[in-house]
Design a protein around this ligand. Structure first.
Ligand SMILES: [Zn+2]
Length: 209
C-alpha cells in the first residue's frame, strides 16, 4: 500500500528538517571560526561534537514523529540517537589511548568507529539479536543506530569522504550532496518505519499526530 506523502512530510517535519539545516550550517561555520581563546581547539571540537549529536537527535525526531508509543518514549529515543551520534568520536581517544585532544586529533589513520562499512554490520547484529531474543523494546533500534552513525559519517565525509574499510575511501562529498543526504536520510528511514507499521497493523492506518 503506498504511503501518502502528507504522512511523510507534515508541516512539523518540514520545520524539523529546516532546523537540521540551520544546525549543520551553524556547526560547519563554527569549524572555520577562529576562537580567540587558549581553548580554541577544545571549543571547536565540542561545538563539532554537539553539532553531530543535535543532527542525529533531530533526525530521529523526524523519523518517529507521531509514531512512538508515548511522548516520554519518543524523547528517550531522540536523546539516545543524539548520544550515539556524538559517541562516534570517542574512538579518536580510544585509538590514541589518551584523553588529550591533541593526541586524539593527530592519529596516523582514521579510528574504527569511522568505518562506514561497520554501520550496516552493527545494525544487522542488533536486528538479529532482537529477533532471537524476541525483544519488543525499541523495535527500531537498528534504524536508530543507522541514523545516528550515518548522519555523523556523512557530515565527516565532506572533509574526508566515507571510509569504506577494507575497500578504501570515497572522495570528499560535495557540500550540496551532503545537504541532500542529511535531509533525505531521516525521510527515507521514516518511510521504512511507516511501511513496517502499516504491514504489521494494516487496520490502524497511518495517523498524523
Ligand atoms: Zn567523526
Amino acid at each position: 500500500m503506498p504511503i501518502d506523502w502528507k504522512y511523510v512530510v507534515t508541516p512539523k517535519i518540514a520545520l524539523l528538517e529546516a532546523l537540521v539545516v540551520v544546525i549543520f550550517l551553524t556547526g560547519d561555520g563554527l569549524l572555520g571560526f577562529s576562537f580567540e581563546s587558549a581553548y580554541a581547539d577544545t571549543l571547536r571540537a565540542l561545538s563539532d561534537n554537539l553539532t553531530h549529536g543535535l543532527i542525529a537527535a533531530i533526525s530521529w525526531a523526524i523519523v518517529i514523529d507521531g509514531q512512538a508509543d508515548s511522548p516520554r518514549g519518543a524523547l528517550l529515543q531522540i536523546l539516545l540517537c543524539g548520544a550515539l551520534g556524538s559517541l562516534v568520536d570517542v574512538d579518536h581517544f580510544l585509538a590514541a589511548r589518551s584523553l588529550k585532544l591533541k593526541a586524539a586529533l593527530s592519529l596516523p589513520q582514521r579510528p574504527p568507529f569511522h568505518a562506514t562499512t561497520v554501520i550496516p554490520v552493527i545494525s544487522l547484529v542488533i536486528l538479529v539479536t532482537q529477533r532471537l531474543t524476541q525483544t519488543r523494546h525499541l523495535p527500531y533500534l537498528p534504524l536508530l543506530f543507522l541514523v545516528s552513525w550515518l548522519s555523523h559519517h556523512t557530515r565527516d565525509a565532506v572533509r574526508r569522504g566515507y571510509w569504506m574499510w577494507p575497500f578504501g575511501e570515497t572522495p570528499p562529498l560535495p557540500y550540496g550532496t551532503y545537504v541532500m543526504l542529511n535531509i533525505g536520510l531521516p525521510l527515507i528511514v521514516r518511510c521504512i518505519v511507516l511501511y513496517s507499521k502499516l504491514s504489521e497493523q494494516p487496520h490502524l492506518g497511518l495517523e498524523v499526530v
